[in-house]
Design a protein around this ligand. Structure first.
Ligand SMILES: NC(=O)c1ccc[n+]([C@@H]2O[C@H](COP(=O)([O-])OP(=O)(O)OC[C@H]3O[C@@H](n4cnc5c(N)ncnc54)[C@H](O)[C@@H]3O)[C@@H](O)[C@H]2O)c1
Length: 316
């Protein structure tokens, strides 16, 4: 009998890669998504697979899955700033009620649950790099608070279920991840830069571009998540790539990679935009024996292939 795993947010960027990975590992995968920010195109290649099922469902409402469940991965949530600024209430609901519903399901099925948290729980950090011990610097009532606080609540209720009910829980704090199946218009820096460069438009940098980010290729992230789920560690673990780059350098790198003649244009910095972000991955190294393997040049090359196929037909 195959082990059965429920993946919420299955039609999204990360959820769809998780579905691929768990099917490859020999699991029976149940994908769930309400298509709020996701796209069935990301998983349509899986529909002929008899070990894949899809439920079109909003996890902020009661969740029922018939039969046994061994693992749950809760990835449903608007995730890019453009999405959660447009969908603040849905973002809070899926982090709070959605997580509560899935913890209840995990308890009923005696399943192990892993929830997708984020580096945003650190807010605009005052310590650098950020280790799991840092409690964060978040403005609860700022525009980004809806996402940051939803994820902080998600972590709190997940730990409460672990402590009170002895549920097997895992929490992954994901740092910026990129790769094929990111939405072109999701407002994140990489799709924005790549589409602008491929269209020959100027790349929009907010502020003076000295703010830093670190980018993890999706295959590395999925490997880290898989190892965390299979580990026995119930506390949050950072998964991300610690190699840091300024946004200005990143824009220049993308212009070079695409061979574009685009220039950089500077716009005012949005409110509460973090100045720097870099994961301390000591825990992931020690507990999971994990570290990223795919460097930025290789990861960007693979991602560019995907973006070319999406952007160039629309543009030409
Ligand atoms: N991509 C990153 O760099 C990153 C970083 C940190 C954390 N995360 C977390 O990883 C998860 C997935 O992010 P992503 O980048 O794949 O985003 P995404 O928007 O591509 O995927 C999220 C999916 O969740 C679905 N969804 C949203 N609300 C739902 C609901 N109420 N019921 C059912 N489905 C719902 C959407 O339709 C979408 O398919 C999110 O929880 C996000 O917070 C992602």
């Amino acid at each position: 009998m195959k082990k059965r795993v429920l993946i919420t947010g299955a039609a999204g960027f990360l959820g769809s890669h998780l579905c691929d990975r768990f099917l490859m590992e020999g699991f029976h995968v149940i994908g769930m998504d309400n298509l709020l920010t996701g796209n069935l195109e990301n998983i349509e290649h899986l529909f002929p697979n008899p070990h894949f099922e899809f439920y079109h469902h909003d996890v902020s409402k009661f969740v029922h899955v018939p039969g046994e469940l061994h693992y749950i991965l809760h990835f449903a949530s608007p995730a890019s700033p453009i999405d959660y600024l447009k969908l603040p209430i849905q973002t809070l609901k899926v982090g709070a009620m959605g997580t509560h519903n899935l913890l209840g399901l995990a308890k009923a099925k005696k399943a192990r649950i892993l929830v997708a948290s984020t580096s945003e729980v650190y807010g605009d950090p005052e310590v650098h790099p950020q280790s799991e011990e840092y409690w964060g610097h978040v403005n609860p009532i700022g525009p980004r608070g809806v996402y940051d606080e939803a994820k902080r609540y998600q972590e709190a209720i997940t730990m409460a279920y672990h402590r009170v009910h002895g549920l097997e829980t895992r929490i992954v704090r994901i740092f910026n991840t990129y790769g094929p199946r990111m939405r072109l218009d999701d407002g994140r820096v990489l799709p924005a830069f790549m589409s602008q460069a491929l269209r020959g438009e100027d790349l929009t940098v907010f502020g003076d571009g000295s703010q830093t980010r670190s980018f993890c290729y999706v295959d590395d992230l999925i490997e880290g998540i898989f190892r965390l789920l299979m580990s026995d560690y119930p506390y949050p673990v950072n998964i991300g790539n610690p190699e840091e780059i300024t946004i200005k350098e990143f824009a220049e790198e993308i212009i070079r990679l695409t061979g574009s003649r685009s220039k950089i244009s500077y716009q005012p910095l949005p409110q509460d935009d973090p100045k720097q972000r870099r994961p301390d991955i000591t825990k992931a190294r020690e507990i999971l024996g994990w570290e990223p393997k795919i460097g930025r040049s290789e990861g960007l090359r693979r991602t560019l292939e995907y973006f070319k196929a999406k952007v160039l037909p629309i543009h030409s």
